[in-house]
Design a protein around this ligand. Structure first.
Ligand SMILES: NC(=O)C[C@H](N)C(=O)O
Length: 269
């Protein structure tokens, strides 16, 4: 569907959501969407994405921030990244043990010297495993700035030092002057297929955003089977799209007229 601008879209991770408190999850992602949208009144898509993702990191309901899963040694190692499509600037942090990783990623992007900084591994964390999933957001403001970001605790029981797709531009997120995308799913598959970059290529070749995202997800399914990927995105025209090959992916979008949230199959109207 095509939305008015500004618009923001969020996801709470492609996975198997049965048996989880979906009411709480939907409430949190809706509030995060509203929190991010508020930023358009004084800030840009950068603030919208960072505030929306920070809200989800703080909720403790997702595999990001306070709800991050533990690695095989019982420690939390979070990854996050974001990209500003207008300036093609990007910033990521990996192996973060505390705080809001998306805010740290923003500092890396603002500094502009490097793209990815490893924060180093510490051994203690008071975080609890939410059993939830990765979070991401994409925003488009009135100036046409598209920003995409993703934050995660990674995959439960991962080896120490493992880094997935979420902090890698072109894999876990990507933004250009044309499109912005946030991915979720199994990092080891997403890193080998680079679907976020592929969406921009397909869009540049003339596909609609919806067809580009659907094609990228379908391609992953055809190679690796189902149950491993989901993506959300926006285009410069205000197209809003989300596709996944898992059974669910909590997601919301908001513009000045409405907020809409879905968990299982279905399209935004
Ligand atoms: N659930 C997720 O999206 C996990 C994330 N993509 C990772 O592999 O670290």
């Amino acid at each position: 569907m095509i939305s008015s601008i500004p618009v923001i879209i969020l996801h709470g991770g492609a996975g198997y959501w049965e048996g989880k408190d979906l009411h709480e999850v939907e409430k949190a992602i809706r509030e995060a969407t509203e929190r991010g949208f508020e930023e358009f009144s004084s800030g840009s898509s950068i603030e919208a994405v960072v505030e929306a993702i920070s809200f989800m990191e703080d909720s403790g309901l997702f595999d990001a921030g306070k709800g991050s899963v533990k690695n095989s040694e019982g420690n939390v190692e979070m990854d996050a990244g974001l990209m500003d499509g207008k300036t093609m600037s990007a910033g990521s942090v990996v192996l973060v043990n505390s705080g809001n990783p998306i805010r740290e990623a923003l500092k890396v992007m603002r500094k502009g010297k490097h793209v990815i900084i490893a924060k180093g591994i510490q051994t203690t964390s008071s975080f609890h495993d939410s059993g939830g999933d990765t979070v991401g957001a994409v925003a488009l403001d009135k100036e046409g700035r598209i920003v995409a970001g993703t934050s995660t605790g990674g995959i439960s029981g991962k080896d120490p030092g493992r880094i997935g797709d979420s902090p890698i531009p072109g894999a876990g997120f990507y933004a250009t002057e044309r499109i912005g995308v946030s991915s979720t799913g199994i990092g080891e598959i997403i890193l080998k297929t680079l679907p976020a970059k592929e969406v921009d290529i397909l869009f540049s070749m003339g596909l609609t955003l919806d067809n580009a995202i659907r094609s990228s997800v379908d391609k992953v399914t055809s190679i690796f089977g189902k149950g491993n990927i989901g993506m959300i995105g926006l285009s410069k025209y205000g197209e809003v799209s989300a596709h996944f090959n898992t059974n669910g992916m909590p997601r919301c979008f908001k513009n000045s007229e409405k907020t809409q949230c879905l968990i299982y199959k279905g399209d935004f109207q």
